[in-house]
Write a protein that binds this ligand. Structure first.
Ligand code: HGY
Ligand code: MN
Ligand code: MN
Length: 421
């Protein structure tokens, strides 16, 4: 039986996005499903239930990655379609969820239409993609791809002082499937762009060519607390002043370097954090990214030199801890071309582009040919409760993913001309 041009149901996908979006819903219309929280457990349980209902074999590995596989028990190299369902605290309904639920929708459609697979399909939910509680980000896929040991991941301590392994036990997702035990033929991830490019150009699909490099550093500046009124400015060792100067430097540096360089101070905490006390300590994070690895290293060096010089001259100490350093990752051009061809054959405008955000696909690229499909973000916003993608763009992304998946899952299928994979 060759694949009919089965049309997966965008309605069912949109309904599931709404239902999953109600788990960890916040009063302002957003989603807060921080990795390994109770809300994350609830979201995992919901997706796992759906996997069972549509007839997928559900497997959970030792870092809590969830896999739904069809045909059951078929451990030949699979076509994996996945993403994440954990969110930042001010998340939306689409980041990560779209890729998981689109994979689920395709699996359900293929099963309902009794499509005969040459390769199994696996829907993947990777643990802790956001990395906001436990770094690094893309942790579950990094461990799966062999880039981080299971012990190191289980031993990581969160910004709330909890240990990842204990939280994974607590929510009941410390599975026993050995890490990396699912052989993969190819990996594809549908994701919102989370930036302004597609919308600004009126393009429907992004054929993602690469993910930029990421550098996360946590800085701790020790100054001296003192009276805000009596202490002359020249005698102060004001950690807040130093941290703010570094944040401003990061901003200037990105402008200075140009190109794709970006820099963010996203998390900052002062102590004692009181109106009339000069801050003794500042703990803050620096997120630097660039599509070019050498330029990213240059940005790291310049930020480090500035911060050391500033704090040293002001009689303060600076401690830095590197939380993440990921090089840029290029996707296999056969997948990029397949996304492009599938989009064009469906009549959608498509552009090749880099990803500004990190994704699980960049980790899977170390294991197999991997790639991504982007759909536009309204207003280019994400990691914001107003994150939104139009239903017609969800539908377009789903049909491109479907055509890519059919091409990869069925050798000699209706679209095999599209791919040499
Ligand atoms: O940080 C990132 O780019 C991703 O959202 N984890
Ligand atoms: Mn994401
Ligand atoms: Mn995200």
């Amino acid at each position: 039986v060759t694949a009919k041009t089965s049309s997966a149901s965008a309605h069912r996908l949109l309904d599931r996005l709404e239902e999953l979006g109600s788990v960890g819903a916040t009063a302002d219309g957003g989603v807060c499903r921080i990795a390994l929280s109770d809300a994350d457990r609830e979201g995992r349980n919901l997706v796992r239930r759906w996997m069972g209902e549509i007839g997928l074999e559900v497997l959970v590995d030792q870092i809590g990655n969830i896999f739904g596989r069809y045909p059951i028990g078929d451990d030949s190299p699979a076509v994996m379609i996945g993403s994440h369902i954990d969110s930042v605290a001010t998340g939306g309904k689409f980041d990560g969820n779209l890729g998981v639920l689109a994979g689920l929708e395709l699996a359900q459609t293929f099963i309902e239409r009794k499509i005969e697979f040459s390769r199994p399909i696996v829907v993947a939910v990777f643990t802790n993609e956001e990395g906001v509680r436990y770094s690094p980000d893309m942790m579950g896929s990094l461990v799966f791809a062999g880039g981080l040991s299971l012990d190191a991941a289980l031993g990581s301590v969160g910004i709330d002082g909890t240990r990842l392994g204990s939280e994974l036990e607590r929510i009941g997702y410390r599975g026993d499937l050995p890490i990396g035990a699912i052989p993969i033929h190819a990996y594809v991830e549908l994701h919102i762009e989370q930036g302004p490019v597609l919308e600004a150009e009126g393009t429907v699909i992004g054929a993602v060519e690469m993910v930029q490099g990421i550098s996360w550093t946590e800085c701790t500046i020790q100054g001296q607390s003192n009276h805000a009124g009596t202490t002359p400015m020249r005698l102060r060792r004001d950690a807040a002043w130093a941290a703010c100067n570094i944040a401003d430097f990061i901003h200037q540096l990105a402008g200075d370097m140009g190109g794709t360089q970006v820099g963010t101070v996203g998390r900052i905490s002062l102590s004692p954090n009181l109106i009339n006390v000069v801050a003794r300590q500042a703990v803050f994070t620096v997120d630097l990214r660039n599509t070019d690895d050498a330029r990213l290293s240059e940005a790291e060096k310049r930020f480090d030199a500035y911060a050391r010089d500033l704090t040293q001259k002001a009689g303060m100490t600076l401690e830095t801890k590197r939380l993440v350093r990921l090089p840029p990752v290029k996707f296999d051009d056969r997948i990029v071309a397949l996304v492009e061809e599938a989009s064009l054959s469906l009549g959608f405008s498509v552009k090749r582009m880099p990803s500004g955000a990190g994704h699980d696909a960049q980790m899977l690229a170390a294991r197999c040919p991997a790639g991504m499909i982007f759909v536009p973000s309204v207003g280019g916003i994400s990691h914001n409760v107003r994150e939104f993608t139009k239903p017609e763009h969800i539908e377009a992304g789903l049909s491109v993913l479907e055509r890519v998946a059919i091409t990869l899952c069925i050798q000699g299928g209706p679209y095999s001309a599209l791919s040499t994979l």
